[in-house]
Design a protein around this ligand. Structure first.
Ligand code: SF4
Length: 375
């Protein structure tokens, strides 16, 4: 139990102070590349011998970024750019930006002109994912990324290195899924804030290191008797469910998170890189082609609503919290689809606006308290 607590505390600390994680790798003489959320091809950075580190913004006052972004840009990109302009990411060798939505497209250019000390490498993902040309196009994008990364390292990544990184990343995804399953038998220890820390901390560790820590956590939990949780069980959907104060409100209301469809958490892990289907880089491209039920990957018939219904039923959740990132168009488009699927299945859904910059969660508190009475 002491080890379990220590491991959980370590991951929570990584989320509180990602800068310490960056310094840790820099002090080992490693190069670190910032990876903007979400679906950034971290495997290419890892296989190039560098440490990929997630960029998810922070709760901070936005001042400098206002020169570049309109007030209606999503808070997560506003704060990420603000921190870049303030030099808070000094030490990064480059940042990778996936241009998955309109805001991302703006940010890639804003970064180029605003944060001149940290080179920006864009990655464009094809949205018509049914045609063979899309896969070839994405491979050519990855090749461009690799050329840019090789300027940082002085070496070109090899297929063997990428094969190894794919194994590391798939293994990590499987362990994270295992953690989510195990956590549901220990909802007294794995509260919403603790669960979030375990998931988010993955962005601040080399992935095999994080896998090892999460494995220890799973082993620690498995040594304990299963906990019979008597409170309410919900699924979280959205980009993130931050700030942490929001998750604390769930705890105050005896609500546990038993599953999630958050881009910052499970959404990135549920599609493995295929084991077969060509060269490692082609299989990495195929992972994008295989992604489902995500607002950032176009589908002619969106499957996210049905997926949430199935997840809620499988996890015995009695409600879904749709954590809508403020001003996030892709998530706004998906909300009516998810709501109608959940309502048809008789599963209550609560829309919560997520604002990373918000210092008060009082509105959310009232809404969660009322929702708790309904589920
Ligand atoms: S997907 Fe949404 S949250 Fe992410 S960058 Fe685009 S607008 Fe912002």
């Amino acid at each position: 139990m002491a080890d379990l607590k220590a491991r959980l505390a370590e991951l929570e600390q990584a989320c509180v102070n990602p800068r310490a994680r960056l310094e840790h790798y820099l002090s080992q003489g490693k190069k670190v590349v910032g990876c903007f959320a979400v679906y950034t091809p971290e495997e290419l950075v890892h296989a190039s011998g560098m440490i990929p580190m997630g960029i998810w913004g922070a709760q901070t006052e936005v001042k400098l970024a206002k020169r570049f972004l309109p007030a209606f840009a999503c808070p997560i990109m506003q704060s990420s750019l603000e921190l870049g302009l303030r030099d808070s990411y000094r030490g990064l060798s480059a940042v990778l930006i996936p241009t998955l939505c309109d805001t991302f497209r703006c940010i890639s250019q804003d970064w180029r002109f605003g944060v001149k000390d940290i080179p920006m490498i864009p990655v464009t993902y094809p949205q018509n994912r049914k045609i063979a040309a899309a896969e070839d196009f994405l491979i050519s994008e990855f090749d461009t990324v690799l050329s840019r990364l090789s300027i940082l390292t002085g070496n070109m990544m090899t297929d063997d290195a990428l094969e190894n990184s794919i194994r590391v990343y798939n293994e990590h995804s499987e362990v994270m899924a295992q953690f989510c399953e195990t956590a549901n038998g220990h909802l007294d220890i794995i509260t919403p804030t603790v669960r979030h820390a375990v998931m988010k901390s993955a962005f601040f560790y080399e992935k095999s290191e994080h896998t090892a820590i999460v494995r220890e956590i799973i082993e620690g939990l498995n040594e304990l008797p299963r906990h019979q949780f008597k409170g309410r069980r919900v699924i979280l959907s959205g980009i993130t469910a931050e700030p942490t104060e929001l998750l604390k409100i769930l705890e105050e209301n005896n609500i546990a998170v038993v599953g999630d469809d958050l881009a910052q958490e499970t959404r990135q892990y549920r599609t493995l890189i295929p084991a077969k289907g060509g060269t490692p880089i082609r299989r990495l491209a195929k992972q994008w082609m295989n992604r489902k039920a995500c607002c950032l990957a176009h589908e002619d018939f969106k499957q996210r609503g049905e997926m949430l219904v199935e997840m809620a039923q499988a996890k015995k959740a009695t409600g879904v919290l749709y954590c809508l990132m403020k001003f996030c168009d892709p998530e706004e488009y998906d909300y009516p689809i998810c709501r109608s699927a959940l309502q048809d299945a008789g599963i209550p859904i609560l829309l919560l606006e997520i604002d990373q910059q918000s210092t008060s969660c009082e509105q959310a508190r009232t809404r969660i308290q009322s929702f708790a009475d309904m589920i």
